[in-house]
Design a protein around this ligand. Structure first.
Ligand code: HEC
Length: 142
């Protein structure tokens, strides 16, 4: 996992640095071209923001605020998210069989590798945890 993280970081830096060099060069060469690029970048950004706004319902905001959605989707509630972790639509029901404890205890002290790291790095407040449990209970009833 650590090695993957390092490789990802390096790839990200390369992509970002390369993009920066490319665009700053293009800016020097042709002013007009840069203006067009800027316009299209703004349009892209607008679209992304709109997508985010529509794909996360208010009750799932607690999950996006705690970065859960960077790794998890909750498809039964129409919540899109990352695919690193499993879809959490049935987590409320399945958690006991899979991890030997209920969801509330799991989110305090996860027994699985990745989640232990996630929660150790940024523990959930009691309030947020309660909201997430409530939301995932609802998701499992859909
Ligand atoms: C870095 C990616 C990542 C983040 C961020 C993350 N998770 Fe996970 N989660 C995983 C992975 C991977 C698993 C599978 C078990 C494991 O390896 O820990 C998992 C498992 C789970 C499970 C058990 C479900 C099952 O079927 O095994 C629950 C519940 C869960 N996560 C909830 C959350 C919540 C709530 C948050 C936000 C506070 C969160 N996760 C943030 C990656 C992540």
């Amino acid at each position: 996992m650590k090695t993957n993280g390092v490789i990802f970081l390096i790839a990200f830096l390369l992509a970002f640095g390369g993009g920066y060099l490319y665009f700053s060069q293009a800016g020097k060469d042709q002013k007009q071209q840069t203006t067009q690029q800027n316009t299209s970048t703004e349009v892209d950004k607008g679209e992304v923001e709109k997508e985010e706004a529509t794909s996360v319902p208010a009750e799932a905001e607690v999950m996006s605020n705690n970065s859960c959605l960077s790794c998890h989707a909750v498809s039964s509630m129409g919540v899109e998210g990352g695919t690193t972790g499993p879809d959490l639509s049935n987590a409320f029901k399945d958690i006991e069989g899979k991890h030997g404890k209920d969801l509330d205890s799991f989110l305090q002290e996860p027994t699985s590798a990745v989640m232990s790291g996630v929660i150790a790095g940024s523990p959930l407040s009691d309030e947020d945890r309660a909201e997430i449990v409530k939301f995932l209970e609802k998701a499992s009833e859909q």
